[in-house]
Design a protein around this ligand. Sequence first.
Ligand code: SAM
Length: 285
Amino acid sequence: GRGYKAAAAAGRARDPQPLAMSSLAAVRAGYEGFDPRAYLQNNYVPPRADFSSEDCVVPWKLRCLAETFASGEIRGRTLIDVGSGPTIYQLLSACDHFEEIVATDYLAVNREELRRWARGEPGTFDWSPFIRHVCKIEGRGEPWQDKERRLRGRLRRILPIDVHQPDPLGAPLRPPADALLSAFCLEAVSPDRASFARALAHVGSLLRPGGHALLLGALGESFYLAGAARLPVVPLAEDDVRGALAGAGFALRDFRSYLMPPALKTGVDDVAGVFFAHAQKPPEA
Ligand code: SAM
């Protein structure tokens, strides 16, 4: 018969589960040290959040979202943001088009940070430059305080989530979301491309047929820092994102990418670029 080694190799080929579990466990362990304040400081202050230059990464992200929501086509009752982290910039254009924004994160420290911002507690991160900038590029002359108030009012549910579970919220969202947004989450919590693709399919199940999905994320990144934590990231190419969207049953509507300029390579990660994808779940047959 076959030797032990051959049998073991065949077993591994059939069932990659033990290996996948251990690398997922490593990602989870990494997030135990995630420091929201350090993460915000690394990514959401100058030079990355420099509003004097449209070529800078944060204004690029905000413009992708503002332009996409400006069509008026993406709207409804509920938008769910997956892996919100301690940030709200990704919701600023979205919040005008939905009655409710559901924010989610795996970590309690991030959900707490969002809750404190939504309640207007003192000492939270200052998002006002982001809100001002979005009001400016949306060009409706809206006072930024009005947008801040609207987002706070619509951010009513901040839920725990794990994108590695087939049912990421632990129970189906009822009714399912009219739109799905996720920024820099799936690739930052997945040990490999297969795990990224599965996570995308899991979160896709939260969206109603015909609903829109907007993804922002890192290209070619292998790690990022958030205080003492060094988080592994699956380095994605543009085609990995397109392939995962197609595999999860989405039709691609728009795809854009941004090349990280050398001046923004600050050592807090090794990101090569950023992608933006707008996709749509086909309407029910
Ligand atoms: N969306 C924010 C942004 O655009 O800056 C935060 C992105 S941060 C790179 C990745 C987020 O994924 C963190 O907030 C982390 O807590 C969250 N996360 C970690 N493990 C997760 C999991 N299994 N499911 C969902 N989110 C997870």
